[in-house]
Design a protein around this ligand. Structure first.
Ligand code: GSH
Length: 231
């Protein structure tokens, strides 16, 4: 069975920029599972209707359609137990759930106002009106206004990374000596930003930046090879 992943794409088909889809790309590589990705745009709701919801990532495994990055990670762990573990056991799975939720709120939520205007530059023409309307509602501001505020907001975002930074000062990965799903859950948002924004989110000597380098190099440079900005 070939696994199929609906993966958010921009105007250029190769620009894949969803933080949640990147978690799944990394998890699949960790599990050593080949995947066929299908470029998907925000407004192509019919293509994923079989998943019973409207967002990506959506993984198709045989006749099963699985939505949501966390559900997909659990599916891969349970359905393919022979591959390397994504959680390192039941306790690791439970703790990874916290990391995933923290990443959704602190990382995606913290980065969103910083990079939203840059996302708009890269979304497909047919998605632009939908993206602007839905995201300006979420921002409570125009995309242009969010861009003006971002220099003043960046230090606050960097300070919010304190727990991640303190951990990565002492160990190379959230998983310890080797990466686990928790690393992919936290890395997804950084890869999202990298794929669509020239903004330098991190100082180069930040331990978080050094961990990001390791994640970009993982699996033969899978994430590094994706169209994006430096680093
Ligand atoms: N909780 C979901 C979130 C998925 C999500 O928000 N995906 C975005 C792309 S980054 C999406 O498909 N948005 C569609 C839309 O805004 O209409 C997960 O972890 O997979």
């Amino acid at each position: 069975v070939t696994l199929r992943l609906y993966d958010l794409a921009g105007a250029e088909e190769e620009r894949r920029f969803s933080p949640y889809c990147w978690r799944v790309r990394m998890a699949l590589a960790h599990k050593e599972l080949p995947v066929e990705t299908v470029p998907w745009r925000f407004t192509e709701k019919e293509a994923i209707a079989a998943s019973g919801q409207t967002r990506v990532p959506v993984l198709v495994d045989g006749d099963r359609w699985i939505a949501d990055s966390w559900n997909i990670a659990c599916w891969l762990e349970d359905r393919y137990p022979d591959g390397p573990s994504l959680f390192g056991g039941a306790a690791g799975r439970a703790l990874s759930r916290l990391i995933s939720h923290w990443s959704d709120t602190a990382l995606v939520g913290g980065m969103f106002p910083l990079v939203a205007a840059d996302v708009w530059v890269h979304v497909h023409e047919k998605d632009r009106a939908y993206f602007r309307k839905s995201r300006e509602e979420r921002l409570g501001a125009t995309l242009e206004a969010s861009l003006e505020q971002r220099t003043s907001r960046l230090p606050l975002f960097q300070r919010s990374l304190a727990p991640l930074r303190a951990t990565l000062e002492l160990q190379p990965y959230l998983g310890g000596d080797t990466p686990l799903y928790a690393d992919y859950a936290a890395f997804g948002p950084f890869q999202w930003a990298r794929c669509i924004s020239p903004l330098a989110l991190l100082a180069p000597d930040d331990p978080v930046a050094r961990w990001r380098e390791r994640m970009l190099a993982a699996f033969g440079g899978l994430a590094r090879a994706a169209p994006g900005y430096e680093p």
